[in-house]
Write a protein that binds this ligand. Structure first.
Ligand SMILES: [Zn+2]
Length: 376
């Protein structure tokens, strides 16, 4: 019988810190370890380069229906600076396993692999199962973006492994961040008359966003995640204390909800502001998608049924953080987020995951795979 605890420990021992913008194959040793582990247990495995030698790993267990169920989680972790425990020497203490990535998200990877190994030992396998361990979730989502472009058939359903304390997450927000540049006339500050002052324009725009634009967003509230939001997060302007500013740039962080396209949100904001003020609303520099999977979808119901069979809360949940699930859902795949551990323990100085949740999560996932993602 495969032991998920030993497996998490082995995954934690292989560092896979996201290199951000450096060209380093940071997750590749982990991807190859997983491929070897799966091959030794009768599964097919391969790795695929994403960029700079960084590789996603794909593990496949064939079943009767070739349209797969996708189990997806990420290989990368955040940095280890300031950690109060040994990041890569996993330790089990008080029913928890400690180490960088233990909770986010190597426990989820181990849960998926364990469930697949049990299925490989003894069926039934009504549907092919594919596990994708992807790079770069903690930075620019380039791993899941490459996965969407691979030749994998469109999955019938997907579970994305993140620490949800064994709840089924079906909704989270997305975001659109862009810079708004106010334009003015430069000149001597002793002669301000008749000139457009970029800082004063920016001040009007900020007041408009706060007092007129943001309140309108309340009408777009969704049941599980509430309303979209808009916050001004940065401001920069002016050349000198005695010079009239010809430019002032504010950055806005607009959080989106289900049904909103971040590019359409940007276009709408641009039209609204550029029509009234001498501003340039620059193209978004960050875009992420929101997730809103219908809890009544058969795949979501099959996950809920499995949660109930393990005596767990099966009510669908919305959360504040983003995941790979929203990118997978762009292809029309019903995607839910599920995994052991709490987001409150992710990225922390003493990251850990409770092992009772790990074992329960294996049962939940294994049951979904055995039913082929069809509700009982
Ligand atoms: Zn994560």
């Amino acid at each position: 019988m495969v032991d998920p605890v030993e497996l998490i420990a082995n995954l934690v021992r292989i560092p896979s810190i996201n290199p951000r913008d450096r060209a380093e194959p940071a997750e590749t040793a982990l991807a190859e370890h997983i491929a070897g582990w799966a091959t030794a247990r009768g599964m097919r495995a391969r790795t695929e380069e994403v960029l700079d030698g960084r590789r996603n790993v794909l593990v496949e267990l064939p079943g009767d229906d070739e349209r797969p169920l996708l189990l997806e989680s990420h290989l990368d972790t955040v940095e280890t600076d300031g950690m109060t425990i040994a990041p890569f020497a996993p330790e089990v203490r008080g029913g928890r396993l400690y180490g960088r990535g233990s909770c986010d998200a190597k426990a989820s990877l181990a849960v998926f692999l364990t469930a697949m190994a049990r299925l490989a030992e003894r069926g039934p396998r009504p549907r092919t199962v594919v596990l994708a361990g992807v790079v770069d979730e903690e930075h620019l989502y380039r791993g899941v973006t490459a996965l969407r472009r691979s030749d994998l058939p469109t999955p019938a359903g997907a579970i994305v492994g993140e620490p949800t304390e064994l709840r089924m997450v079906v909704a989270h927000k997305g975001c659109m961040r862009c810079r708004i540049e106010a334009r003015g006339d430069a000149g001597h500050s002793s002669q301000p008359w008749g000139r457009t002052n970029a800082i004063e324009v920016a001040a009007e725009v900020v007041r408009h966003l706060q007092q007129e634009h943001a309140p309108r967003l309340d009408a777009l509230a969704r049941p599980l995640v509430g309303p979209p939001s808009l916050a001004v997060t940065m401001i920069e302007g002016g050349q000198g204390p005695n010079v009239l500013p010809d430019s002032c740039v504010v950055t806005v962080d607009r959080r989106t909800v289900g049904g909103e396209d971040p590019h359409a949100v940007w276009a709408q904001l641009r039209g609204e502001l550029e029509a009234r003020w001498p501003v340039l609303v620059h193209e978004p520099h960050i875009v992420d998608y929101s997730l809103e999977t219908d809890p009544a979808d058969p795949f979501a119901r099959s996950v809920a049924a499995s949660l109930r069979a393990s005596g767990l809360d099966a009510d669908p949940l919305g959360v504040g953080y983003g995941t790979d699930a929203s990118k997978i859902a762009l292809d029309g795949v019903p995607a839910v987020v599920f995994g052991p551990g709490s987001i409150a323990n992710a990225h922390t100085a003493d990251e850990s995951v409770p092992l009772d949740e790990v074992r329960t999560a294996v049962d939940v996932v294994e049951r979904v795979l055995r039913t082929g993602g069809v509700p009982a």
